[in-house]
Design a protein around this ligand. Sequence first.
Ligand SMILES: *Cc1c(COP(=O)(O)O)cnc(C)c1O
Length: 244
Amino acid sequence: MSNETMNADGLTPEIICRNLDTVKENINKACIRTGRDPKEVTICAVSKLKPIEDIRIAMSSGQHLFGENYVQELVSKYEILADSAEWHMIGHLQKNKVKYIIDKVSLIHSVDSVSLAAQIDKEAGKKDKIMDVLLEVNIAGEESKWGFTADETLDAVKEISSLSNIRVRGLMTSAPYTEDAETNRIHFRNLKSLFDKMKKADIPGVEADILSMGMTGDYIVAVEEGATMVRVGTGIFGERDYTK
Ligand SMILES: *Cc1c(COP(=O)(O)O)cnc(C)c1O
């Protein structure tokens, strides 16, 4: 590998583009296997802890949507690329930081409390904006995870959808870490069934069309189980360096 083609993290533009193609290909196959239209599935490329150059490379091969976890990082990347890319907030969000991202992101995946939703509503109101959100569900009931329990979710959707500057678009989950994606199939199936229940409830102000589930290790299974959005980081940009 020449230094010219290698960026700070070691993946060449060719590899990032090839990775993106592989993810698309895997999604297409999973859709075909399960009788779904591949157009129903959107890739949110998770660029956290990755340099702006990697994002530019992905953009040059047609990727438009990026997910970030940390407010400061999102803001500094936004300052460079602005609306030439579309940004989603996918990580845990503190109430006092909502104001920094409210006018920069098109979707917040990680609404995990009614009080956070109320804060988003307030800040969106100040910008005269309707903020699209997903409710994060701790579908496997893990001790360490953010999110509503499956039992709390429908009531929370009702409460949050009554806020005037928020539009609930669906649900999101991060399934347990596993070496074997098949063990998460049940969790994806459970979230899909909660999503269908939410749709059927026909709650005013809810436009349930986004089911965000599946990461590098398990997105194929998630698509087979009905994901409409997958959040893939490592599978596109390579391993992250958390020591930086
Ligand atoms: C980091 C992260 C991802 C991407 O994880 P990969 O395993 O690298 O694909 C997806 N969703 C959330 C919420 C994340 O924090």
